[in-house]
Design a protein around this ligand. Structure first.
Ligand code: SF4
Length: 296
């Protein structure tokens, strides 16, 4: 197989070699319940996350760098992935939340094709937005909720911060495909059953980028749901970066929240600034993951 799972199109044989995303076989780093997603995703019982290892971006500020920069985690089969989805359902998770899934779209489509009929809770595809439209089409009818990022409005900022070409063009095309598949957000008792929420992480000193992202989203569809995230914290790698070396201020977040309304958006979620702490980064211990894998 020559990998074309994402717009990098590395065309490497992933059974033998890792591509830009640094992972070969299907590798996961965590299975757990996550309580700090948007209220319509976490609900009262928490979101059933499955975190995938590796990443097709290289964000210098990555908040999950332990798992994104290597194949850290456990390699599993497609069948085990399907069984882990059923496990999350059996422990009462509100949904199955596939986090950083892009580098394994093929295996995810395969697992869902087999296990989706047994899954009664929503399947959430939680991605950085750098997706191939062709690959997303393989997930049509299998994914209920898309949770893509739109990180940058400016391709050159995406190159500088995430080493990724054409990010804006690829991510906006991906969002359009996600909206085509799930055009309307459907809520049941406050929980999102089907639909799309676009996430944007506000970066310190980069308010112009955030405003342009919001301008784009408002011009694309002023009814689109947008989650404006305040949880950025500087990792060790960017502690001395002139802009990224601090958390965002309340004034910065207030300015972007006000702009959200000014540009015509009206469906969305806002975060408390107190979420910008390393404490909210999940525990990546592999012992518990191993125990869960053995159970399924
Ligand atoms: S998923 Fe990984 S190997 Fe495949 S095209 Fe993307 S970066 Fe390259």
């Amino acid at each position: 197989m020559q990998c074309t799972f994402c717009p990098r199109n590395c065309k490497v044989n992933r059974t033998e070699q890792a591509g830009f995303c640094r992972v070969k076989g299907l590798t996961i780093a965590r299975v757990g319940i996550h309580e700090w997603e948007e209220p319509c995703i976490s609900g009262t019982r928490g979101s059933g996350t499955i975190f995938f290892s590796g990443c097709n971006l290289r964000c210098i500020f990555c908040q999950n760098d332990t798992i994104s920069r290597s194949a850290y985690g456990c390699e599993i089969s497609v069948d085990t992935l399907g069984k882990l989805m059923l496990y999350q359902q059996s422990v009462g998770a509100e949904n199955i939340n596939l986090v950083s899934p892009t580098q394994f779209t093929g295996q995810i489509a395969e697992a869902l094709a087999k296990y989706k009929p047994q899954i009664k809770i929503p399947v959430v595809y939680n991605s950085n937005g750098y997706e191939s439209v062709e690959q997303l089409r393989r997930l049509e009818g299998l994914v209920d909720v898309y949770l893509p990022d739109l990180k940058y409005a400016d391709n050159s900022l995406a190159v500088e911060y995430s080493s990724v070409p054409n990010y804006f063009d690829m991510a906006t095309a991906a969002i359009a495909e996600m909206k085509r598949q799930r055009p309307k957000n459907v809520f049941v008792n406050g929980m999102l059953r089907r639909g799309v929420i676009v996430r944007h992480l506000v970066l310190p000193g980069n308010l112009d980028n955030s405003k342009r992202v919001l301008d784009y989203l408002a011009s694309y569809d002023r009814n689109i749901y947008v989650s404006l995230m305040a949880q950025y914290f500087p990792t060790a790698d960017v502690k001395s970066h002139p802009l990224l070396g601090r958390t965002i201020t309340q004034d910065e977040y207030d300015e972007i929240s006000a702009y959200f309304k000014q540009c015509g958006l009206h469906n969305g979620y806002f975060q408390e600034l107190s979420s910008n702490s390393e404490e909210y980064v999940p525990d990546w211990s592999l012992e518990r993951l191993d125990e869960i894998i053995k159970k399924v």
